[in-house]
Ligand binder design. Sequence first.
Ligand code: F6P
Length: 329
Amino acid sequence: MERHIKTIGILTSGGDAPGMNAAIRAVTRTARFNDINVIGILRGYQGLIEKEFVKFTSSSVSNTIQRGGTILKTARSKEFMTPEGRKKAYANMVEAEIDALVVIGGNGSLTGAQLFAREYDIPIIGLPGTIDNDLYGTDSTIGYDSALNTIVECVDKIRDTANSHDRIFFIEVMGRDAGFLAQNSAIASGAEAAIIPEGNTDVDQLAAFIERGKRKSKNSAIVLVSEAQKDGVGGAMYYADRIRNEYPQFDARVTILGHLQRGGMPSAYDRILASRMGYAAIEALLEGQRNIMIGIKNDEIVYVPFARAVKMNKPINEELITVLNVLSM
Ligand code: F6P
């Protein structure tokens, strides 16, 4: 062990994700198992700056594994992005005798952790908690599988009305800079296409694609679109407008799934993932690891340095694009 860790702080930051509570539970219980005290920090980094600290025991996390959202609350702290904010946060940690930090969040949250760890001598372990699945070095992030299931359930319903009216639906899903949700929910719901930030699908390719589908007696279509803005509007609106203008023979509609994708009970997969990762976070601290994100690769827990997790772009497997293209004809 690098140094004796008596007390850890734990926080959730950025967009909430189903499974965050399962991760908080796993970190808390594993820490207590190893006689480490746990301080729950409310409202992410902002709570670290404002000293919103709550002592956590094993029973603080009872009856939480199945709950969506985060019992610690979350925030996107602008103040923490300033050196003054981080200075206050560090002073509060020293005062509360917090020896190490576990941060559960997405790209922005782990970038904050990386900055903090560079400036101050505190071990930080990150857990990937985001529905976007956009962190490099892990096959899946906590919340991604649950959000995918939520999206697929919604798309199945939209498919009924799309079919009845012979319409094309552009369904917008989250993932500002990452197309994992759009691409995989398109495969899972049998959609005709996905438009993702990583791809360069233009609307003409899309229409050709849809027409190909129509020749095979398809009269309706579902297109999953990542929320990335195009010409100042959300992706789904942008493509639906272009279809209306350029291909008026299609009756296009838009559905934006929005924040409902982040809510709801975590799937079994996410609960297990969060439990394994939360356990691994404490094991890593006990081994003397610092400034790494816990990831999962081929079902094995891996340690990913922050610099790699947040800086490298996680690529979409090209095979997923081919599978969708072939199966949607
Ligand atoms: O970062 C996760 C995410 O869900 C993104 O996909 C989405 O763009 C963003 O959060 C929305 O954040 P907010 O809750 O601030 O609207």
